[in-house]
Design a protein around this ligand. Structure first.
Ligand SMILES: NC(=O)C1=CN([C@@H]2O[C@H](COP(=O)(O)OP(=O)(O)OC[C@H]3O[C@@H](n4cnc5c(N)ncnc54)[C@H](O)[C@@H]3O)[C@@H](O)[C@H]2O)C=CC1
Length: 321
């Protein structure tokens, strides 16, 4: 339900913004009355029936259909978003608002923006707008918005879980149990305690900070690299040390966690050279976007053992990974 609340409030805030707020923006109030809103979400099929609060799918439609329709808007929801004959394409010429998620993104390319003459707002029901050509959107005066903070706790918890899974060498042990094997040495030779390990997050915004807070009781050495240094009191409370120079932080880390957005600057940032600066046997957790890491460089480093473990979120479609 948190997602439903944030989506509604984000839409309300944006749709009531003053037409004079920016001369560049294609204003939501430029035409009176009903707006055509298209939502693109993945299909959940039978899973949609299992939980009425599971609204982030096409069937749940973010739980905002009744509210939008009561306000006089037209709300079309589909999962069909690729190819010239897809459902999304049928509405590109006259949609005014497009809502989508990073898990099943409707790609908003320069070419689509050109054809979407009425489009004013591209809303991500989640965090990260790398599925939008931001330069083209800015040039067209579109508002691109995301629901900041909507799932930060989920991601921080997930990252903590992945760190423990890698450090404790959990997955091979799990497979042994499933296969009915019992080979303690095969797991123990590289299962460690998190205590005393050095964990560095690349990006310490909302998610990065929550992760650092959750790691504190594990008595790790906590480092962070970001464009911005935290306020001294917060840094002290979290117990993390700022590393201005990423290349200086990487060789100190047993575990590197990626918590920054995918942008032109960060795409492919972890290439062969960057990974080579890490300790041999480093563990990587990347819950941000797969494309921040150079896939081939990761594969090579995993094969050589330079990276001992890599758990990445593949939330975008294959095209982004
Ligand atoms: N796996 C998942 O389900 C989710 C993944 N995400 C990803 O996590 C990212 C971070 O989310 P939040 O923490 O909420 O965002 P945020 O905006 O609060 O924090 C991002 C941080 O990255 C820093 N940063 C940006 N570019 C940088 C650079 N080149 N070098 C160093 N630091 C840089 C910023 O200064 C900021 O502190 C999102 O952009 C999204 O891609 C977010 C939510 C869910």
């Amino acid at each position: 339900m948190a997602m439903k609340r944030v989506a509604v409030s984000a839409f309300q805030a944006l749709s009531s913004s003053s037409p004079s707020s920016s001369s560049l923006t294609r204003h939501l109030h430029a035409s009176a009355g009903s707006k055509k809103i298209v939502g693109v979400f993945y299909k959940a099929n039978d899973y949609a029936k299992l939980n009425p609060n599971f609204v982030g799918c096409a069937e749940g439609a973010l739980g905002i259909r009744d509210w939008l329709e009561s306000q006089g808007h037209q709300y079309i929801v589909t999962d069909d978003k690729e190819g010239p004959g897809c459902e999304l394409e049928k509405h590109i010429h006259d949609l005014e608002v497009l809502i989508t998620t990073p898990f099943h993104p409707a790609y908003v390319t320069a070419e689509r923006i050109k054809r979407a003459k009425n489009l004013k707002l591209v809303l991500t029901a989640g965090i990260g707008s790398d599925h939008v050509d931001l330069n083209a959107a800015a040039a067209a005066g579109l508002t691109v918005a995301e629901v900041t903070g909507s799932n930060t706790v989920s991601v921080a918890e997930d990252e903590l879980m992945r760190i423990l899974i890698l450090v404790r060498n959990f997955i091979p042990g799990h497979h042994q149990v499933i296969n009915g094997d019992w080979n303690v040495a095969g797991i123990a030779y590289r299962a460690y305690d998190l205590e005393g390990k050095t964990v560095g997050t690349v990006g310490a915004g909302r998610i990065g900070k929550l992760l650092l807070q959750r790691l504190k009781p594990f008595n790790c050495n906590l480092l962070y690299h970001d464009r911005l240094k935290m306020e001294p009191e917060l840094e002290k409370e979290i117990g993390a040390k700022f590393e201005e120079d990423l290349d200086a932080m990487l060789p100190k880390c047993d575990i590197v966690v990626i918590n920054m957005p995918l942008t032109d600057k960060t795409r492919g940032m972890f290439d062969k050279e960057k990974i080579a600066k890490c300790k041999k046997g480093v563990l990587f957790v990347n819950n941000a976007r797969g494309a921040i890491m150079d896939t081939q460089a990761v594969v090579d480093a995993c094969s050589s053992g330079h990276i001992a473990g890599n758990l990445a979120t593949h939330q975008n479609s294959i095209k982004d990974q």
